[in-house]
Structure formats: C-alpha cells, structure tokens
Design a protein around this ligand. Structure first.
Ligand code: TXA
Ligand code: MG
Length: 347
C-alpha cells in the first residue's frame, strides 16, 4: 500500500528533467504516476506489466470490466500492440497524432488482459502534451492511463484535482498546471465493419469523416445504455462525470431558462450557466465558458462540476450547450452528468 505520494512540478522539460526522470523510472519499476496530457490528467502504469496495471484499478476504484487506453510516444510502438495497422488507422494517425484521438484496433497477444479488460481489442493514443511526450520518451515503454480521478468523479484538469482524488494512492503526481483541452480524447473504433465514434472529443466527427469517408456514431454518445445491453465502449455504461448534486439539462433560451428557474429556487439549488448569463441570474450559479465558444466550455466544464461539489450543491439546472463541433463532446459529458435528465422549454 502506498502512503506517501511525491508531488513534483514539471512545467519546463529542461529545468524539471530530474523529476521527469524520477517519474520515468517509477513507471519502469511498475509504479503509478499521474501526469498531464492535452486532454485531462492520466494515471499511468507500464502497459506491458499486468500487475502494475491492476494497481490502477485499485487506486481509482475502477470496475474491472472497463479497459484502459495505451499511450505511445512514436508510431513504431503501434504495430507490436495490434494485430495489424489498417490504412484507416495510418491515415488517422498521420492527421491527428500526436493529439486527442484514441483508436481502437484488434489487439496483439502482447497487451495484457488487465489493459483490455478481457476484450480482444486495444485502445491506443499518442498524446501531444510536452510533459506526456517527455515522460513516454524517457520511460521507453507504452503506458496504460485512464483519467486520474476516482471512478465516477469528473476527470481532473489540474494537479489539485488529482491530489484531491488520489493522494496516498499513487507513487507520484507531476503538476504541469491546467490541461489545455479539458475533456477526454475522441474514441473511434476501427475494429468493426465500419468506423464508429464511441466517445466525442476535441477531434470532431466532421474531421474524422474527412479522413474516413464514413463514420457511424454509437448510440451511447446520445443515450443511456440500457441494463443488459452490451456497450461498445464499456466506460459508457457507467454514470460518469457525476458531481454529487442531481443535475437537470435545460434546453431553451436564457429568457425561458430564467423564467423556469423562478419555480425551482430552494436550498442547495444552483445554475450551471454561460459566462454571459451570470449577471442575470437570480440564484447562485457557476459558469462554464462562453455560449458561442465550445472550446472554452470544454476547458472549464470539469472544474465547474467539482466547484459545485465544493459549494454543496444539491440540485443543478444546466444551460444546454450547442452540439456542433467540439460542442458534441461538451453535451455528451453534461448529459451523462445529468444521468440523461433533460427538460425542453422551447415550444
Ligand atoms: O484523453 C483521454 O483519453 C484520457 C487521457 C489520460 O489520455 N484518458 C481517458 O481514459 O479518458 P479513460 O479510461 O477515462 O477512458 C477510456 C475510455 C473508456 O470509456 C473505456 O471504456 C474506453 O475508452 N475503452 C478503452 N479501451 C477500449 C476498448 N478496447 N474497446 C472499447 N472501449 C475502450
Ligand atoms: Mg475516465
């Protein structure tokens, strides 16, 4: 059992090289290291060491049937992990790697059972954050890493979020400030008959389509996975990104929203709104970015959800984001945090 977590600042690869080397050695030694990526912080372990990977599940309290993403530093690391590299994977990698895209392919026998959670596929991504890249380079091994939150909590976008969730449960936390994108990577599977989007992210469906020509969008992007229904991506089964409050997603313009909220006031009732709405709000609220600026919403959403927890919110009415481009990823995370409870105010 780990009792003491080392927290090290790594913002400059040259100045902070000793800390990065310490972290790389910890990973090679089978220990757990939390590090920043361009999307969210990840909790990493040597992807080729099944025991090390099991430690991630224990630290997060993660269900055993939810597989992990393997992070690589360069293209040469991909072929040994998968049965083959199809042309579509090569083209996606050329266009979007390093970057916030995860590609699922049939797995080779090299990937331990623990990473795949028993599936015969493996998820791989090449992150672009300089600290993630520096760490992967120095470690010289592929690194399995889910988001560095306790299972069921919003993904962490600062080292403080990781410390709050994982202090004493991991060997090291590297503090590299805020994650620039703020939402987890886009996940696309190439393991079926047609490419399928399993989780929207900063790489948009439109961009994927440009490369792939065709793209199916999994049901779980918009709807709850029903009990007993098999999920293409096991992570989609679980109530994710959830703050402690009950949340309701409210569709409709600001006037109708304000009207609706007049009926909803009470202790512990909050609004989760756009920056522009704050001055008009008649009850306590937290904002999550500008209405017409989905990437500002992506960047701020998870911090806003944690803030609502800190404030002790019991019920939260959320202004619905637009779903174009990156907005689809924002909507997907919010609707899940709301456990798919939605209200439509426009006639
Ligand atoms: O941006 C990200 O992807 C972050 C950073 C740390 O890289 N990682 C991340 O990992 O979000 P995690 O474990 O929180 O989410 C991975 C998602 C889960 O929904 C999981 O079920 C799915 O990817 N997944 C992983 N391997 C899979 C596989 N072989 N088949 C289907 N879904 C898979
Ligand atoms: Mg996660």
């Amino acid at each position: 059992m780990i009792k003491y977590t080392r927290v090290r600042t790594v913002t400059d690869l040259r100045t902070h090289r000793p800390a990065l080397e310490e972290a790389a050695a910890a990973l090679r030694g089978g220990r757990l290291v939390v590090f920043a990526t361009e999307t969210v912080y990840g909790i990493g372990a040597n992807a080729l060491d099944g025991n090390a990977v099991s430690g991630i599940f224990t630290a997060k309290g993660r269900p055993q049937d939810n597989p992990l993403i393997v992070h690589i530093h360069r293209m040469e690391e991909l072929p040994p992990l998968v049965r083959e590299v199809p042309l579509d994977a090569r083209r996606l990698a050329e266009r979007f790697w390093p970057g916030p895209l995860t590609i699922i392919l049939p797995s080779s026998t090299m990937v331990p059972e623990e990473v795949r959670a028993g599936l015969d596929t493996v998820a791989v991504r090449m992150p672009s954050h300089p600290v993630a890249r520096g760490l992967l380079h120095l470690a010289g091994i592929p690194v399995a890493a889910p988001s560095a939150n306790l299972s069921g909590r919003p993904s962490p976008t600062t080292a403080q979020h990781c410390i709050a969730d994982l202090n004493g449960k991991v060997d090291m936390i590297l503090d590299s400030g805020k994650c620039p994108l703020g939402l987890e990577s886009t996940v696309v599977t190439l393991a079926g008959a047609r490419p399928r989007l399993l989780r929207p992210g900063a790489v948009t469906p439109e961009e994927l389509q440009e490369v792939l020509g065709e793209l199916d969008v999994d049901d779980a992007v918009f709807h709850a996975v029903r009990d007993g229904q098999a999920a293409a991506s096991p992570g989609m089964k679980y109530k994710h990104y959830a703050p402690q409050a009950r949340m309701v997603l409210v569709h409709g313009g600001i006037e109708r929203y304000l009207n609706y909220l007049r009926e909803c006031r009470g202790e512990g009732v909050y609004g989760l709104v756009f920056d522009e709405d704050i001055e008009r709000m008649e009850l306590p609220c937290v904002s999550y970015g500008k209405e017409d600026h989905p990437s500002s919403q992506a960047e701020r959403l998870f911090s806003a959800l944690r803030k609502l927890d800190e404030l002790g919110a019991k019920k939260v009415y959320v202004r619905a984001p637009k779903t174009g481009g990156v907005g689809l990823a924002v909507y997907n995370r919010i609707v899940r945090a709301c456990a798919f409870t939605e209200v439509y105010l426009d006639a």
